[in-house]
Design a protein around this ligand. Structure first.
Ligand code: UDP
Length: 312
């Protein structure tokens, strides 16, 4: 019997990269679920070329049932621009969507992995962020629809574990970039690369002194797949990302240089509640998953620049 795997959010950036990886194993059948709220039809068309892939166009806010041994639950808008576009919908996707996925997992007695987020930590007062840090989230700010949405999604996961003994895995994903990102999702790497390739100014928000740690998507996929394969007793939450922390102004300079662009940097106002710094403590991932990001920032940016250049 082939292993049945569901990927919610398969049309999105990490969802499509993860599905591609899972489809490499001919012993796996992948069922992708998405409603193209933020994901792309082109990503699904690419996945549909593989014969062990099938797809359901479905909004995860509504209940659904399909057979599965493992479920990767990635469905949610994830870039600040997209998750703030319809904040109530973001909340519904993370609460009702996760509830529906957990119901489906329970009926199947399937393992379920939630893609949670570093936003759980808000504007962190602990640096680097370790999984036992409870965070510094503004519950009524403009990012709360996503931050609190993901926090309640984690709570749901752990209540299903405590009450129904479900096999759960929670990964807290830090900033990730690479091929199949949407050109206009407003994230910093896709914005800067497209601005650099189009000869426009790179829009640095605030002073550019704020930091993030950028993980190339193939490393992130390694982490997700290894997490799913851990012993049932290991639930996480576990941080996934890189601990190579950089200032946003440095990212702008690197992208201008690596794309040989003549663009300049333009400073714009800092969005509300934008975290000042972010870097994961990866000790737990290293210990439990032997996780080690392999792609350097320079290599990853080169590949991503190449991807967007080819798309033009
Ligand atoms: N940012 C920027 N210019 C942009 C887009 C984002 O300077 O065109 C900044 C943003 O203010 C934040 C960082 O880059 O400090 C990362 O933003 P992103 O939206 O990629 O992800 P976040 O980590 O904030 O969820």
């Amino acid at each position: 019997m082939k292993k049945k795997i569901i990927v919610t959010g398969c049309a999105g950036f990490i969802g499509s990269n993860l599905s591609l990886r899972l489809l490499d194993d001919p012993e796996c059948e992948v069922l992708g679920i998405d409603n193209f709220y933020t994901g792309s039809e082109a990503n699904v068309s690419m996945l549909e070329k593989k014969k062990n892939f099938s797809f359901i166009n479905h909004d995860i806010i509504e209940p659904i049932y399909a057979a599965a041994d493992e479920i990767y639950h990635l469905a949610s808008p994830a870039s600040p621009v997209f998750y703030q576009k319809n904040p109530i919908r973001t909340l519904k996707i993370n609460f009702l969507g996760t509830l529906n996925v957990l119901g489906m997992a329970r009926k199947n007695n399937a393992k379920v992995l939630l893609s949670s987020t570093s936003e759980i930590y808000g504007d962190p007062l602990m640096h680097p962020q370790r999984e036992d840090y409870c965070g510094n989230v503004n519950p009524i700010g403009v990012r709360a629809c996503y931050d609190e949405g993901k926090r309640i999604a984690e709570t749901l996961m752990f209540e299903y574990r405590r009450n129904h003994n479900l096999k759960i895995k929670v990964c807290r994903i830090f900033n990730t970039y690479g091929p199949y990102m949407s050109e206009n999702d407003g994230r910093v790497v896709s914005n800067f690369i497209n601005q650099a390739l189009n000869g426009n100014n790179l829009t640095v928000y605030g002073s550019g002194e704020q930091t993030r740690s950028f993980c190339y998507v193939s490393d992130m996929v390694d982490g997700l797949v290894s997490m799913m394969a851990t012993d049932d007793s290991f639930t996480g939450p576990v941080n996934l990302g890189t601990d190579d922390e950089r200032k946003i102004s440095e990212i702008a300079e690197m992208i201008i240089k690596l794309s040989s662009s003549l663009s300049a940097v333009e400073f714009k106002s800092l969005p509300s509640d934008d975290p000042c710094k972010r870097k994961p403590d990866l000790s737990l991932a290293r210990k439990k998953l032997s996780f080690e990001p392999k792609v350097t920032l320079e290599e990853g940016l080169k590949k991503t620049i190449e991807y967007f250049r080819r798309k033009k």
